[in-house]
Design a protein around this ligand. Sequence first.
Ligand code: XMP
Length: 519
Amino acid sequence: MTQHDRLLIIDFGSQVTQLIARRLRELNVYCEIHPFQNVTDAFLADFAPKAVIFSGGPASVFAEGAPMPPASVFDLGVPILGICYGQQVMMHCLGGKVERGHGTAEFGRAFVTPQNERCELLGGWFQDGREQVWMSHGDHVSALAPGFRVYGTSPNAPFAITADPDRHFYAVQFHPEVHHTPKGRQLYANFIRIAGFTGDWTMGAYRDEAIRRIRDQVGPEGRVICGLSGGVDSSVAAVLIHEAIGDRLTCVFVDHGLLRQGEAEEVVTMFRDHYNIPLVHADESDLFLGALDGVSDPEEKRKTIGRLFVEVFEKHAKSGGGAEFLAQGTLYPDVIESVSFSGGPSVTIKSHHNVGGLPEKMGMKLVEPLRELFKDEVRALGRELGLPQRFIGRHPFPGPGLAIRCPGEITRAKLDILRRADAVFIDQIRRHGLYDEIWQAFVAILPVRTVGVMGDGRTYDYACALRAVTSVDGMTADYYPFSHDFLGETATRIINEVPGINRVTYDITSKPPGTIEWE
Ligand code: XMP
């Protein structure tokens, strides 16, 4: 558990609770999100927050069993900020009134103007007389709890900003965490200043603390094995663990023969030569490509690759000195327990692991040093650890690799063509300075050959599709709007430089309805 001052976010099920955490982390404040069901008196005493935030949520305080915090939260003597449903909860618990939202529901942009004198929460606000905020609520507060006053109103929200400054209880009807409340960050900055946070959640501090924790968990003799995928998360986890326990860490990089051009060399060079981290480079391409021979069904490909990956990893883990710990690059969004209100409160935990299923099967304990971090924080930690920027900023690459970018049967010949075309496309993107604007870009080789003419001769070669998308989390995506000049130049380069391809198309499908990968 972290030694920093901690802020507790009690999650009442808002779609944007994670954004509150993001805003706070940007302000160098350590915070954790916990679903309201888990926040008991004992939890509060143990967590000892320096401040508390109540998130928004879809429920109504009138509903039977409406989500509530424990009453003791108001006796902790620490500042509390209630957002939207969190505001209604505060008023409901502290003696104010909430009304049902018949005809007064409000969604979208609103403008708030100041009321009464300024309160500390609003430093930097109202310099131009009003502020844009983002509303999204059904019910609303109709009478304030004793001790509260109004500090801001909007045409439809007379209690847009309320506070009891003596107790440092603040409650707002809008969502300061979303992009559409431009001064929201300032509001959070004011709140954490009031609470006395020193902004000590820096990557340098985190790195030292994480190293200490890994040493504590693994002990003086423990050995760790880490499956490297070549992606950012597992790489950062490996480098961090190596700093903590040195050569008691063994990394296994499974080359399934479905990697991109130069990928295996890049990963191996970085770990072995740059960091001197013990690395097993398991070239298992014959095994994987042999098993995939004649397989064209996408699900069968995925299952075959998954099964072999586990087998190979297990084999190398056993021969690697009997490690009892398995390291994984699990991130915070994967471990947050989200609150679902459909059919009553339930808890869902989603987990995305590269080597899912292994810990139970192998009876190993997990080391997950990135469990508290968001993706961009992992990148910042990677920088702190000296990983090259080119590596840190890499686009995601799927576990099944090029197999799912080669619809139909996979052959070594097709994979070679695909690798070369992909390298040209990525080179084009880098040359034009677009790499960091794009979530992911790659080429898929199509299972179709077309007729072309090159020089004076006829060609009968493969067609390929370029894919480049923008996305925040890979869940939804849109195609990247390259210029026609860029597309034309790229098509010409691929056809000139990659024997075996004579036609280039650009995939402009968004997700949904498409997916990012072709299979
Ligand atoms: P789709 O194709 O579902 O992909 O839109 C969303 C994101 O997930 C990646 N992806 C995978 N990553 N193992 C992984 O580690 C997989 O089996 C896998 N399948 C898709 C994909 O590259 C994109 O970033």
